[in-house]
Ligand binder design. Structure first.
Ligand SMILES: Cc1cc2nc3c(=O)[nH]c(=O)nc-3n(C[C@H](O)[C@H](O)[C@H](O)COP(=O)(O)O)c2cc1C
Length: 286
């Protein structure tokens, strides 16, 4: 990550991601996940972004679109996010990031493509935003507003080739306006399709959406050093998050500073199959 001037780029703060995959998980996770369309049991996991194990096998689209009405699960879901936030505190993190991205549980509630509930967590934009806002409120209660960030990915089809919301600007715009009342540490966008492309559909302007947030903004997705420097210079980002480049370059910040060549991790080693090719990349000599 490129940090704002004056902050150390070697020992930056570590934020843990609190998330639930919702429909984006399979039976190997050991529990039936919560879904925006069917009342079920749920799982929440605590995720350390830099040592990430992503279980993203997806439930079928059909399954995730079943209508449901029961609302009794919501206090439990919110309590689990709170619990995850408390665990992150005990584990010594510097903050947490509410994961409302990548078509996981909170994003599934946001999108009208996946949320077909008829209760106060479904239907209009206000209702579809409710769960993300309630989870954020709970996590802020644990950590304080300046230790909590939020991750959104308004136009990614990942995970599971999930259809986008039919009104991206309105839905995420409303959510961002509401998030402003928490005075969060930052908002973090995956700009485009996660780890695939930076293009966005016609009618979507992520910079315009980002401008509605009254706090620090982190951009992510397919950045290289030039793009990061340019977008920062243009005032479009306050910081940039790098994902894949960190896998094969554990000393990425140093390499970027020194203009050193970057190693590229093969895709096959991203998920599972042990450390080889994933966490065993060497740092530069000297
Ligand atoms: C192996 C791997 C695991 C990932 N796990 C997660 C995850 O659990 N949650 C998440 O929001 N993004 C996850 N991502 C997406 C990254 O955080 C990031 O958004 C994406 O790689 C695009 O950034 P990049 O182009 O700098 O790699 C993962 C990416 C990779 C390659």
């Amino acid at each position: 990550m490129l940090l704002p001037p004056g902050q150390s780029s070697n020992a930056g703060p570590a934020a843990s991601n609190v998330r639930s995959p919702g429909s984006c998980t399979g039976s190997e996770a050991g529990a039936t996940p919560a879904r925006p369309a069917c009342a079920a049991s749920w799982i929440v996991d605590l995720f350390v972004h830099t040592v990430c194990l992503l279980v993203a096998s997806k439930a079928s689209d059909k399954e995730s679109l079943i209508s449901a009405s029961a609302g009794a699960i919501f206090p439990g879901i919110i309590q689990q996010y709170r619990h995850a936030a408390e665990c992150a505190q005990r584990a010594g993190f510097d903050g947490v990031e509410v994961h409302s991205a990548n078509s996981y549980l909170l994003d599934q509630f946001l999108r009208d493509s996946t949320n077909q509930r008829g209760d106060k967590y479904g239907g209009n934009i206000e209702n579809r935003s409710r769960l993300t806002l309630e989870v954020t409120a709970a996590v802020v209660e644990v950590w304080g507003h300046n230790r909590v960030g939020i991750r959104l990915s308004p136009v990614t089809p990942d995970a599971g080739n999930t259809p986008l919301d039919s009104q991206v600007m309105q839905t995420y715009g409303h959510l961002i306006e509401q998030l402003n009342r928490f005075h969060l540490a930052y908002m973090h966008f995956i700009e485009g399709a996660t780890a695939t492309s930076r293009s966005v559909p016609d009618g979507v302007d992520l910079d315009a959406l980002r401008a509605r947030f009254k706090g620090a903004y982190i951009g992510n997705n397919n950045y290289d050093l030039n793009l990061a420097v340019n977008r920062r210079a243009e005032g479009n980002v306050d910081a940039v998050a790098f994902g894949r480049p960190f896998i094969a370059n554990p000393d990425l910040v140093r390499r970027l500073k020194e203009g050193a060549e970057l190693a590229v991790a093969p895709r096959e080693t991203y998920y599972g199959n042990g450390a080889k090719g994933y966490t065993d990349w060497p740092v530069l000599a000297g």
